[in-house]
Every structure is written in C-alpha cells, then in structure tokens.
Design a protein around this ligand. Structure first.
Ligand SMILES: [Zn+2]
Length: 459
C-alpha cells in the first residue's frame, strides 16, 4: 500500500489538494483528510505537485542502426525514464526490411519482458509491405499493438515506397490502427548528402543543410495526401520546424485526421549545437535535424495552444567515443540520435512551465495524457483517478539543480543538456504503487515493467 498525503494533484484538466491511497498497483481512494492505513508506505507531499506518471511516446532502446547499436538496454533505459518521472514508454520496433514482422515483434518484446522497471509497449515498424507482411501485421495487432510506425526517410534501411505507404495506410484504417510517421523526403536527402560530401562539406554542421526544413515539409505533405485518401489516423513524429507544422495544420483543416509530436530537443536546442567545434556537434546530430532558433517560438506557441499534441524524445543514445566518431570524416555516417529520455520532463517543466510559456495542465496533457489517449492507454495511464494505475510523480517545483552526464542513468557517455540549470525535479516516483525513484536516485527493486496490450480504436 502507498499513501501520499497533502499534495497538490495536477492533471490535464484539474488542480486540487487531496490525499491518494494506492492498493494492489492501482489508485483506490482520493480524498481530503484520509487516514494512512497501517503498514502503508507514506509520502508527505506538502508543497509538491502530484502528476500522473509521464509517458514518452517515442523511444528507441534496441536499435540496430547505421552499422551499430544504440547504447541503452531496457534495464538502463527504464531506470533513466523513472528517475525523470516517465513511468511508461513506447518504443519503436524497427526491423530491417528483410526481417519478418512477427519475428521482429517477438524479438523487441523479448528485449523488454523481464528486463524493464517501467511499463512499455511498441509502435510496430512497417518497413516492408507485401502479402506476407500484411498477414503478420494483422496478427501483431491481435497481440496487443494498436499503432504502426513508418519511415519516409532512410531509404533502403527502414523506408517504405509509395506502394507500401498506400497499402500500410489502407490496412491501418481497416484495423483501427493509428500510423506514426517519420516524414522526410528520402530522395531529396540522398541527393543533398551527395552534393555536400562531393563539395568537401563533411562536418556535422552540414547535417542540417542536407535535410532542410523544406525536405521535412515535403515529407509531411506526401503523407497527408495518402492519409487523406484512406482517411487513416496519422501521427507525425518529431516535427521540428514551422513549415512542417503548417503543412500538417493545413491538412487538418481539410479534414485529415492528423496529430503532431514535437521533441524536447527542438524546443530547447538549435542547429548551432551541431556547429560546435572539434566534432562536438556530432552529439547533436539527429533527424530531422536541430533547426534554426527562429522555429522555437512557433513550436512553443502551438504546443501551448494544443495544435501540437505531444512532446517526446526520440531517445536514441549513441556514445560520442567510438559511435558518433564513426562519422568524423563524413557526417552521413554519424549515428543519428540525441539521448534525452531521462531529462524530458525536467527540461520541459523548467523551460516551459517555469517561464510561463506552458500552462501546467497543458504540460501534463502533452507529456502524459495525450499520448495515453492517442495510443489506447487511457485512463489506465495518463490520469489520476480511482481505478487508474498508481503511476504517480511527486514533484518539487522549486528544486534547483544542474543536469550532468556524471549523474545520469542513461548508458551513454554524454548528456545534450550538460550544465543546464533547471528548476523542478521528481522527489518520488511510483510505478504501479511502488516507489522506484527518490530525489534523482533509482530505488526500485524488481523489474516489474509490463508489456501493455492495447486495443485498436476504430476511432
Ligand atoms: Zn525515432
């Protein structure tokens, strides 16, 4: 039993002072002046917020990519998530084209099951579409997956062609599955990479010009055309810039059912980070790239007003030493990814809520509740209500501290927010009723994380 008293409960819609009792992994009572039952673990949350456990809807843990593997395991990634207040993560299962979807689904699931401290589920990557793949995808949806992931980028590795895109969206509509999509025009990226490398422009600062804003906007437009034809629900992952968001919003006004995700990196870092000398810039290479800073007010405004639904991380950790360095002579060989699973909530609270750019309810909504609703986890997750899982974050809004790789759980040799002074931190994190993190330290005992089965929505 867990009893949290005197906290200020803050959800996507409400704010009130109450005590919370959790039994058998779920919230069983919420009220004022409740008594702590004998034997319960008691947390005094006076002066603190209590948020529903946060959900990161876009994470990579097991990722064979660009000739290497991302660094985290479920053990390290789930610890990092929990210490930072994220109690559920959605991983992208991204099989190479040649692999069979069912085997890939089982492989990804096996990496998580028995090895995770937090709950998890997957967006199933559709990296090839033919009759064999289709019948396996139907089976995967029956096994509890209600979202796909497609790539318009990374031709030859994960990317689908237009025939495959068309039929993936057809199947998704039929099954009531939402399609998450990486939108960049793969051919444009390839041609621009060749042009830049041939001109001797090989450093990480050339990554952004190789896939500029227009290339991402074109990818979004392409997806919107296909989504319109099938009336499929789509979710654009890691939207980085104003032109791409504008294309999606325009499609929405003509009736396309589209939701938009941005990342904590795009809100707080910009392309000058990838221009840092001595190859430091490689730590800030991901796709779509960090953009010109002028995009940030637009992203914040559209996050605040709800046009952008969610803030994720696209967590994909590659060490500077030995991994990012693979691209020293050629930026196209730098493994793509900026680790941030651990820091998303604290950076978003500090740079969003504390500065007044983001209303506190919208903060909870974009970092938890929206993802739960879009991906079939609500109200088990993303809510503080009787019957919901007891995933709770007791949050000190005034604690000041400094982010550093020295103290992180993520298994990677740098932190993109190194030296950033932030205000706000979880003082206690509960995952299905058990306290698993306190004051930035992991205190969990057992790997209790479960694979969360999700039903299709048929919207
Ligand atoms: Zn990703």
């Amino acid at each position: 039993m867990l009893f949290i008293r005197n906290g200020q409960i803050v959800t996507a819609s409400d704010s009130y002072r109450a005590d919370i009792l959790c039994e058998n992994e779920t919230i069983t009572r919420i009220g004022v002046g409740l008594e702590a039952p004998p034997g319960a673990t008691v947390i005094d949350a006076a002066g603190k917020y209590i948020f529903p456990g946060f959900i990161d809807p876009h994470v990579h843990i097991y990722l064979p990519f660009m000739g290497t593997f991302s660094k985290d395991t479920y053990e390290t990634a789930s610890k990092a998530a929990l210490v930072g207040g994220t109690t559920t993560l959605i991983e992208m299962a991204c099989p190479p084209r040649a692999d069979e979807p069912w085997a890939a689904f089982e492989l990804w699931k096996s990496k998580g099951e028995g090895n995770s401290f937090c709950d998890f589920t997957f967006h199933m990557g559709v990296t090839r579409f033919d009759e064999r793949a289709e019948s396996q995808l139907r089976q995967i949806v029956k096994a509890g997956i209600s979202s796909f992931k497609i790539f318009l980028a990374y031709k030859g590795a994960f990317g689908v062609d237009d025939y495959e895109l068309y039929h993936t969206l057809r199947l998704a509509k039929e099954l009531g599955v939402i399609v998450t999509a990486h939108c960049e025009n793969a051919d444009l990226v390839l041609q621009r990479q060749k042009m830049l490398i041939a001109a001797g422009k090989t450093g990480p600062q050339w990554h952004e010009p190789s896939r500029p804003e227009a290339v991402e906007a074109e990818g979004v437009h392409h997806l919107m055309t296909f989504a319109f034809l099938h009336d499929t629900h789509c979710y654009i992952v890691h939207t980085s810039c104003e032109p791409a968001v504008r294309i999606a919003l325009a499609a929405r006004t003509r009736g396309v059912k589209v939701w938009i995700e941005t990342l904590i990196q795009y809100l707080t870092l910009d392309k000058t980070h990838a221009e840092l000398p001595d190859f430091e810039g490689s730590k800030f290479v991901m796709s779509p790239p960090l953009r010109d800073k002028r995009n940030q007010p637009f992203l914040w405004d559209n996050l605040a007003n709800g046009q952008i639904s969610t803030v994720a991380t696209d967590h994909a950790p590659f060490d500077f030493k030995g991994q990012k360095e693979m691209g020293r002579e050629d930026f196209t060989k730098i493994p793509n990814g900026i680790p941030s699973l651990e820091d998303r909530i604290n950076v978003l609270f500090s740079t969003g809520v504390k500065t007044g750019r983001l209303d506190i309810h919208r903060f909870v909504d974009c970092a938890s509740t929206q993802a739960a609703k879009l991906f079939g986890l609500y109200p088990r997750k993303g809510a503080i209500a009787v019957g919901s899982d007891a995933d709770l974050v007791v949050y000190d809004p005034n604690q000041k501290w400094t982010i550093s790789a020295k103290n992180q759980q993520m298994a990677v040799d740098y932190n993109p927010f190194e030296g950033m002074n932030v205000t706000g931190r979880p003082t206690a994190v509960a995952m299905r009723g058990e306290i698993v993190a306190r004051d930035g330290k992991f205190v969990g005992q057992k790997k209790r994380g479960q694979f969360l089965k999700r039903e299709p929505s048929h919207f």
